[in-house]
Write a protein of this length. Structure first.
Length: 410
């Protein structure tokens, strides 16, 4: 049973290609809430498609901003007039047009949105975001995208970085801000939406947020060396099974997983792959909100060359792909640190797998401890660290039963 506590406004956002609209539609079906799209108010005010309104921001900023503010004020009035106890609003933090990243002029006004409670920023693997963009362009939804509008992997990664930076402007008192990757399970999305909307879901009225930290890179390297597809490698499968068990046993937890985004995909020589198959990617739940994931994704496919970017000058250039790699690496770090910060505590699963510490896990554990957040480390007896134990400020647990007792999960 789903019940509402009080009226709230929840903002869903992300770059084009994330398809936030599908998540808003899911929230509407699941929780019977009203949805609004800010860009529709913009189109009504400008009497033009939103992408043309963005171009006008580049030409006459003062006049265009005035129209954006009018559109925002109309949306505010619509929120006030709504009879719904919860409203989901979608809009972009920034726009990308003519190789410009254009901030949304309404961001400084966001605190005037009545009932604003939570902002959720969604992230998608760049190759699937680009696939959606190409599909939209091919259907004619974004005319002119290939004429002076090129959106290549580097551009969409820079756009995403600018968006994430804009999240710092949304630090309004009393407003929660979360980052959430699309490839989390439908269940985790539902729990986060329920928490944001103040709804009861699955018999739970109050949710706890937890980040699951675990080895990734060395598991990927092991799978590559053994010639086993990553989704079928025993260690990767075990880690994902652990997350599923925690989710089932602890119904009041919202699990943030680092592998819901997986973009640093390399070949045997350590070079970035431009043809990405499912066998290359860390396994993720198949019951996602989006069901349009197709493999392989060939970043040099003619559809990208024709509609989004010149492949010969971008993905087929080794130096260009090194830039892509560097951008992905820096965003992994900032995103995972954001996951730690937005969580109530951290679970480190087998942080000493293969008898050694893993750099990413160690960094995340230290970040959590520095923020005075508990770290529950599940460490089998045979993997207990041999170095001086007083430097380990985690709560060491031997198995799942000990973990569930510590978390007070039924």
């Amino acid at each position: 049973m789903v019940t509402a506590n009080r009226k709230r406004v929840v903002v869903l956002t992300g770059v084009t290609g994330v398809d936030v609209g599908s998540i808003a539609d899911y929230a509407k079906r699941q929780f019977n809430v009203e949805t609004m799209k800010f860009e529709e108010f913009v189109e009504e005010e400008f009497n033009a498609p939103v992408y043309h309104a963005i171009e006008l921001l580049l030409i006459n900023r003062k006049s265009a901003i005035e129209k954006f503010i009018k559109a925002f004020n109309k949306m505010v009035e619509a929120v006030k007039a709504s009879n719904s106890e919860a409203i989901v609003v979608t809009f972009h933090l920034t726009y990308h047009r003519r190789r410009h990243i254009v901030p949304n002029p309404i961001l400084p006004l966001l605190n005037k949105l009545p009932g604003l409670h939570t902002v959720i920023y969604y992230v998608e693997d760049y190759y699937h975001a680009l696939t959606r963009l190409a599909q939209r362009a091919e259907k004619g939804y974004t005319p002119g995208v290939a004429r002076n509008q090129a959106l290549d992997p580097v551009a969409i990664l820079y756009w995403r970085a600018a968006d994430q930076s804009m999240l710092t402007l949304l630090k309004v008192e009393g407003v929660n801000v979360y980052i959430m990757a699309n490839k989390h399970s439908r269940e985790q999305h539902t729990r986060l939406l329920a928490d944001a909307l103040g709804m009861e879901y699955g018999g739970v009225k109050k949710f706890r947020k937890v980040y699951i930290s675990h080895p990734i890179t060395k598991v990927r390297m092991k799978a590559l060396a053994e010639g086993i597809p990553l989704p079928q490698h025993p260690d990767a499968k075990e880690i994902e099974e652990f997350k599923e068990i925690v989710s089932r046993r602890c119904r009041d937890l919202i699990l943030f997983s680092p592998t819901a985004i997986d973009e640093l995909i390399v070949d045997g020589k350590g070079e970035m792959k431009i043809v990405i198959d499912y066998a290359d990617r860390w396994p993720y739940p198949r019951d996602t909100i989006h069901q349009d994931y197709r493999y392989p994704v060939n970043l040099a496919d003619e559809v990208f060359d024709r509609l989004l970017y010149p492949t010969s000058e971008t993905v087929l250039n080794k130096g260009y792909m090194n830039v892509v790699r560097n951008l992905i690496q820096t965003q992994i770090e900032s995103r995972d640190m954001a996951y730690v910060t937005q969580s109530d505590f951290l679970i480190a699963y087998r942080p000493t797998m293969y008898g050694e510490l893993h750099m990413g896990v160690d960094m995340e554990v230290r970040a959590a401890i520095a923020q005075a957040k508990p770290v529950y480390a599940v460490i089998p007896c045979e993997e207990e660290p041999k170095h001086y134990p007083l430097f380990n400020f985690w709560y060491a647990l031997r198995d799942l039963d000990e973990l569930f007792r510590a978390l007070r999960c039924s």
